[in-house]
Ligand binder design. Structure first.
Ligand code: ZN
Length: 462
């Protein structure tokens, strides 16, 4: 593998508190030099890539991705999912265990890791299940999962309802030094809700999924983290109350953390209505862009690409998530990339599966909502995609330190583009952001020193 020299980029490495226009040298799959001497130290046959005007940062990590293997390859595969990750600027992803069968034993972990090594073009880390078959009744063999290489445990897509079982999971996880990630959903409160319980669910006649259904479990997780000392991580936070609980618990030093996904801090539940008329009551900032795209619509759209779990909530919730990200209460950004077949989503709202794709839009939406609005510096935004997840999962990633694996993302924070349906590398196109004008885009994704993906027009330029 030839050495690769990235010249003239704005190198932002939160782990080393670096933000400077300089060069970066990659050699033998490792970061070999960062700074003025990188060019001098480059061997004569090194490949050069001019990245002036672009940001060069540690490879982005998405710790919440559904790659659908094994068993659901009509939705996504390790090959297509990791290709989408590379296009989105992600060098590492963590795949969720709610597959078919579930990733609840060492054999399935080995299968995923082997296939990912053959077919994946970015690093794939595996999250194992908390309970057998993700049924919430009996613990999965957590020691065996740890030995097989999982980086965390979660029943994502489901939530362990039995608090005693969750307590035992935390105790074992602490023993095995594994973070426990939780999809926070109280089944008794949520029942068969399909969207946020509030004004719009009433207007649209859809069953509601109340914020309390998430907040109750966030509170439970805080208490169990405190009781057991295990690291508990609350996935895809959607409600203002959850952010407040997390903020207060972190102040007390509880080992609890949280993540947010772009759809929850970009859209609101009014999006399910989808009509210009409906948008008006809530149509500030980004939502109003969609109203112009849908300006001819007079009736509620019930667009199933706005159906996710947890659901889109109110403008107040959206604001609380943004504030939580800005003040550091929420230290991790991720997509909850959840691909589905078109035919599965093309049904009545009640019957459609929850979830949307996100790997290729999350960087742009995060830049738009957090960086371009000046809520977060570029360093802090990048930290939420690199240092934050690397710390939680104890991955030797998320840094451009000399000697580290050369996982590097190059992106243009200002590039204006449109996410076109059908142009995605994912097998699926269930995204509410198809056709949206976006700002900010990855142009090169380098994994272990190899170019996993480079935007063609940039390659031509170099
Ligand atoms: Zn989930």
């Amino acid at each position: 593998m030839a050495a690769l020299l990235l010249t003239g980029g704005r190198v932002v490495d939160p782990a080393n508190r670096l933000d400077a226009q300089t060069d970066l040298l990659i050699s033998e799959g490792k970061i070999a030099a960062v700074g003025a001497d990188a060019a001098q130290r480059a061997p004569r046959d090194a490949e050069r890539m001019a990245v002036d005007g672009f940001v060069v940062c540690p490879g982005l990590i998405d710790l919440h991705v559904h790659l659908r293997e094994p068993g659901q390859t009509s939705k996504e595969t390790l090959a297509t999912g990791t290709a989408a990750a590379a296009r989105g600027g992600f060098t590492s992803v963590v795949c969720m265990p709610n597959t078919s069968p579930a990733i609840d034993n060492a054999g399935t972990v080995a299968l995923i890791r082997e296939r990912a090594a053959q077919q994946g073009i970015v690093n794939v880390f595996v999250a194992g299940a908390i309970s057998k078959d993700i049924a919430g009744e009996e613990l999965a063999p957590l020691g065996g999962l740890k030995r097989a290489g999982v980086v965390a445990i979660t029943d994502d897509g489901h939530c362990v309802q039995n608090n005693e079982l969750m307590r035992r999971a935390c105790e074992y996880a602490k023993m095995f030094d594994l973070p426990v990630m939780d999809h926070c959903q109280d089944y008794a409160l949520v029942t068969d809700g399909v969207m946020h319980e509030g004004y719009w669910s009433t207007v649209l006649g859809l069953r509601g999924w109340p914020s309390a259904g998430e907040e109750v479990i966030v509170a439970r997780n805080i208490l169990l983290a405190e009781l057991t000392g295990a690291k508990v991580h609350c996935q895809h936070l959607s409600a203002a109350g959850s952010v407040a609980l997390l903020r207060e618990a972190k102040k007390r030093g509880v080992p609890i953390s949280g993540e947010a996904c772009p759809h929850h801090f970009t859209l609101t539940d009014a999006a399910v209505a989808g009509s210009e008329k409906f948008w008006a009551t809530d149509g500030k900032t980004l939502n109003s862009q969609l109203s112009t795209l849908n300006s001819k619509c007079d009736w509620p759209k019930y667009d199933t690409n706005f159906k996710m779990n947890p659901p889109l909530r109110t403008a107040r919730d959206r604001e609380a998530i943004l504030e939580g990200l800005a003040d550091g209460t929420i230290e991790i950004l991720c997509s909850d990339h959840a691909p589905h077949c078109a035919y599965e989503k093309e049904v009545e709202f009640d019957y459609a599966p929850f979830g949307i794709t996100g790997l290729e839009t999350e960087l742009a939406l995060s830049l738009m909502q957090l960086y371009h609005t000046k809520r977060l510096s570029l360093t802090d935004l990048i930290a939420r995609f690199t240092l934050g997840p690397a710390r939680l999962l104890r991955l030797p990633k998320g840094t451009l330190s000399v000697g580290a694996e050369a996982d590097v993302t190059v992106f243009d924070p200002d590039r204006e583009w449109v996410f076109e349906k059908g142009a995605s590398a994912s097998k699926a196109s269930n995204s509410p952001f198809c056709g949206w004008p976006l700002r900010g885009k990855a142009v090169a994704t380098i994994v272990g020193g190899r170019k996993a993906w480079v935007e063609e027009r940039e390659l031509a330029k170099a």
